[in-house]
Design a protein around this ligand. Structure first.
Ligand code: THU
Length: 132
């Protein structure tokens, strides 16, 4: 279970890191924050490129940072955008590799939004269990 304090801290981290997004082409900055198993928070932002297709989403930045730091499992994720937008399909798939049906907090710039879960966003997903 995620406490109210953990939820608030996760959303705050995603709100804060969003200021570091590099999104000059879309003007759609995104901040993401993962609550890891050990209680730490690992954040990410979208990083765009003049060669547009090379851009990276905030959620995947956060996941790749976490794995690089030796942290794989996360317990919840917060995503902050202008309009509480939902993660793209690629990010849903990558997030699912490292979590179960965890809470996903979708939040707008004012701190409002909605709560969903990873499996609600990606039902009947392909996962590591299919390769064993
Ligand atoms: N973006 C994310 O960072 N996460 C998502 O789940 C959706 C889209 C980014 C990619 C691009 O930099 C900008 O938002 C507009 O698509």
């Amino acid at each position: 279970m995620i406490s109210e304090e953990q939820r608030a801290a996760l959303i705050q981290a995603a709100l804060a890191v969003r200021a570091k997004a590099y999104a000059p082409y879309s003007n759609y900055p995104v901040g993401a924050a993962l609550l890891m198993e050990d209680g730490s928070i690992i954040t990410g932002v979208n990083v765009e490129n003049a060669s547009y297709g090379l851009s990276m989403c905030a959620e995947r930045t956060a996941v790749f940072k976490a794995v690089s730091q030796g942290q794989q499992k996360f317990l919840a994720v917060a995503v902050v955008t202008d309009n509480a937008g939902s993660p793209c399909g690629a990010c849903r798939q990558v997030l699912t590799e490292f979590a179960g049906d965890v809470p996903v907090y979708l939040v707008d710039a004012g701190g409002n939004g909605r709560d969903t879960t990873l499996y609600a966003l990606l039902p009947d997903h392909f996962g590591p269990e299919h390769l064993t």
